[in-house]
Write a protein that binds this ligand. Structure first.
Ligand SMILES: NC(=O)c1ccc[n+]([C@@H]2O[C@H](COP(=O)([O-])OP(=O)(O)OC[C@H]3O[C@@H](n4cnc5c(N)ncnc54)[C@H](OP(=O)(O)O)[C@@H]3O)[C@@H](O)[C@H]2O)c1
Length: 248
């Protein structure tokens, strides 16, 4: 029997103000099989709406109240989940840098990185679960990273970021086990985009060969293609931009 498709259903991008998030919104808007695109970000509301002609832009500061307000708005708009992409991620900012040595660990930085990379995506998945449970087919992709692979960790360093992505993968894996019982139409993907030319990777691009530094548009299209062909098999797929499985 043919599986249901996401055709005619809605898309949601959480983290639409980021490089990959914005490209994802564009790719979804260009896809005629997608009914509506909802784009969630912290700010840049007007600029984003104008730049991407996003029809449904929802502001969110990712507090419990703000997440609940977005979910209520989605319900009010009879959101029918087809493709959901969570692109939240933090590697560095003005005072936070990935740690090269264990002595560099800092309580506040560790907590910030874990919050953005693990806690917020998990809270979003939790808040969206009631909507997902009713869906015949919904694919939820969360931007993870290869550095979250424990088996693939040969270089070390980047303690907080690595740990936060490994923990994100475990959150998603655990949700996949639950959804296989309680929401069989849901497919979960932990996606490694490869090094992508965004503000997150800017300080670390120097040693990346030109053909291994991807545009956000290339990565967004690759993810969308994989989401659309994914089978609702009750598993978490941990895959990269080329569709190759990443080891846990
Ligand atoms: N670029 C790469 O080479 C690369 C490689 C591997 C994995 N990734 C992953 O891909 C995802 C997207 O990253 P990107 O490259 O597009 O980076 P980006 O342009 O810096 O976007 C980061 C995203 O995270 C959100 N964010 C950052 N700090 C936040 C905070 N304190 N609170 C709430 N949200 C916050 C931003 O939200 P707003 O939308 O509200 O601005 C934005 O959507 C991340 O999960 C990242 O770890 C990227």
């Amino acid at each position: 029997m043919n599986e249901p498709t996401s055709e005619g259903r809605d898309a949601l991008v959480i983290g639409a103000g980021g490089g990959i998030g914005a490209a994802m919104v564009e790719a979804l808007l260009d896809d005629s099989s997608v009914r509506r695109v909802f784009a969630v970000s912290r700010d840049g509301q007007d600029a984003d709406a104008q730049r991407h002609e996003v029809p449904c832009h929802l502001h969110c500061d990712h507090s419990d109240e703000s997440i609940a307000a977005v979910v209520a708005e989605l319900k009010a708009q009879e959101f029918s989940p087809g493709n959901i992409v969570i692109t939240l991620g933090l590697l560095h900012d003005d005072d936070l840098q990935p740690e090269k040595a264990i002595e560099r660990l800092n309580r506040d930085h560790l907590q910030q990185v874990l919050t953005v990379n693990t806690v917020l995506p998990a809270l979003w998945l939790s808040a969206l679960a009631p909507l997902l449970r009713r869906s015949e087919r919904a694919v939820v992709a969360c931007l993870s990273a290869r550095v979250g692979s424990i088996g693939d960790n040969h270089l070390g360093g980047w303690y907080s970021y690595r740990a936060s992505k490994a923990a994100l993968n475990m959150m998603l894996k655990t949700a996949a086990v639950e959804f296989a019982r309680r929401a069989r139409g849901v497919k979960l993907i932990a996606f490694h985009p490869g090094t992508t030319d965004t503000r997150l990777s800017k300080p670390f691009q120097a040693r990346v060969p030109e053909d291994k530094l991807f545009t956000p548009q290339f990565v967004a299209q690759s993810l969308l293609t994989q989401m659309q062909s994914a089978s609702c098999d009750g598993q978490l797929s941990y895959v990269d931009w080329a569709g190759k499985t990443v080891p846990w």
